[in-house]
Design a protein around this ligand. Structure first.
Ligand SMILES: [Zn+2]
Ligand SMILES: [Zn+2]
Length: 390
């Protein structure tokens, strides 16, 4: 089969590789019909996530048709149309029983590196380095899905792939970010980053009862989408002082909740952001927490800072004093995708949200290497790339 393979920093290739096989009785094989490139794939492309090996198949947002089932998978049939969560979960451990699927204890066969860095390992992830299990990803024609009886969600066969594909990651991720804000009727939520996760966080904040959502970015087409499609008020951080503006918009109190949907590769305009980049280059820090700092400063007293943006390592100059003085609550982490899929499918079926609004690029798998570059450079108004296998 054809697959998008990591070759090194800023270098991916489409290669011919062996088709995946059933290895364990709970595996399934999915023939992939649609798969997306995620903002977090750019961290791999950029080489900031450790433990990638040459030839690793990328991709963790995929769906398709079940073509083969291990003997212990009883809840699916050949021919079913399924969306696959990006995290792999056993369904039976302490964490899976609590629906904390991204914390599964049994799906990462090589947790040693994560244990060393983080204290404990988390779940395995498709196509996301050997720190997360080294599983082959879904930017390919086929994928082996371990614990196929747990993660994959069966969707109606007549449903357009484009409407349900994002249940694999970014819609649940935006939704969990908003759910973590404990939104009360009438709340104001501020969202840093109008990429796909930020946009779904805006949509989800409204679904959960927010009265106002204020979105912050600097890419014009992203701000436009946040405003026109997702109905957020928008701030361009290159044009206004974000902290002043948020105070003005909330009568001096600050937003009830702040969502950092930017994460470790945040960019900014001020001197600090250049200083952050310099520190990363000499390994004094691994992440640039510019959006997070602003979110902490902006949040109202007693409010919540929710972090769906990915962080990998160490942060410098995070104003924990401000967080303490203001009594903030922090919620974060990889998404427990499976926990939210059914409810969100229902919202899609009901027509409350049509996630396909996000797709700006539809390509064949051969064009993936170019698409990674376009997406990284935010060229051609690129917000979301979907690879279609026909
Ligand atoms: Zn993703
Ligand atoms: Zn588990």
């Amino acid at each position: 089969m054809k697959a998008v393979c990591w070759q090194g920093t800023k270098h991916v290739e489409v290669q011919k590789v062996p088709d995946p096989q059933i290895l364990n009785p709970r595996d399934i094989i999915v023939k992939i019909t649609s798969t997306a490139i995620c903002g977090s794939d750019l961290h791999l492309f950029d080489g900031v996530i450790p433990a990638m090996q040459k030839g690793d198949i990328l991709g963790h947002e995929f769906m398709g048709e079940v073509v083969e089932l291990g003997p212990h998978v009883k809840n699916l049939r050949v021919g079913d149309k399924v969306v696959v969560p990006f995290n792999i979960s056993c369904g039976h451990c302490f964490f899976c029983h609590r629906q904390e699927y991204s914390l599964c204890d049994n799906s990462n066969p090589k947790p040693e590196l994560a244990e060393k860095i983080y204290g404990h390992g988390a779940s395995g992830l498709f196509g996301y380095s050997h720190m997360y299990g080294g599983y082959a990803g879904g930017q390919a024609e086929y994928a082996r899905v371990p614990f196929g009886d747990v993660g994959p969600l069966k969707v109606p066969t007549d449903m357009d792939d484009e409407k349900v594909l994002f249940l694999s990651d970014i819609f649940p991720t935006g939704y969990m970010a908003a759910a973590n804000c404990n939104i009360q009727m009438g709340d104001t939520v501020a969202v840093w980053g109008c990429g796909p996760v930020g946009l779904f966080a805006i949509e989800s904040a409204y679904l959960l009862g927010a009265e106002r959502v204020i979105a912050i970015d600097h890419v014009p087409e992203r701000l436009q989408m946040a405003k026109n499609v997702c109905k957020a008020e928008v701030l361009n951080y290159e044009e206004v002082d974000v902290l002043d503006e948020l105070n003005i918009l909330t009568g001096g109190r600050g937003p009830d909740a702040c969502i950092d949907a930017v994460g470790l590769e945040a960019h900014g305009t001020d001197l600090y952001s250049k200083y952050e980049t310099a520190k990363m280059s000499v390994k004094m820090a691994t992440d640039r927490p510019i959006a997070l700092r602003q979110a902490i400063q902006a949040c109202r007293k007693g409010g919540t800072v929710s972090i769906p943006g990915v962080y990998g390592g160490f942060l410098d100059k995070v104003p924990l004093g401000a967080a303490f003085a203001k009594g903030l609550t922090f919620r974060m982490g990889q998404t427990h995708v499976r926990k939210y899929m059914e409810a969100l499918l229902e919202h899609i079926v009901q027509g409350d949200v049509d996630p396909s609004f996000l797709i700006t690029h539809r390509i064949n798998i051969e064009d993936a290497p170019d698409a990674y570059k376009t997406f990284l450079d935010k060229k051609d108004n690129c917000i979301k790339v979907v690879i279609k296998n026909h």
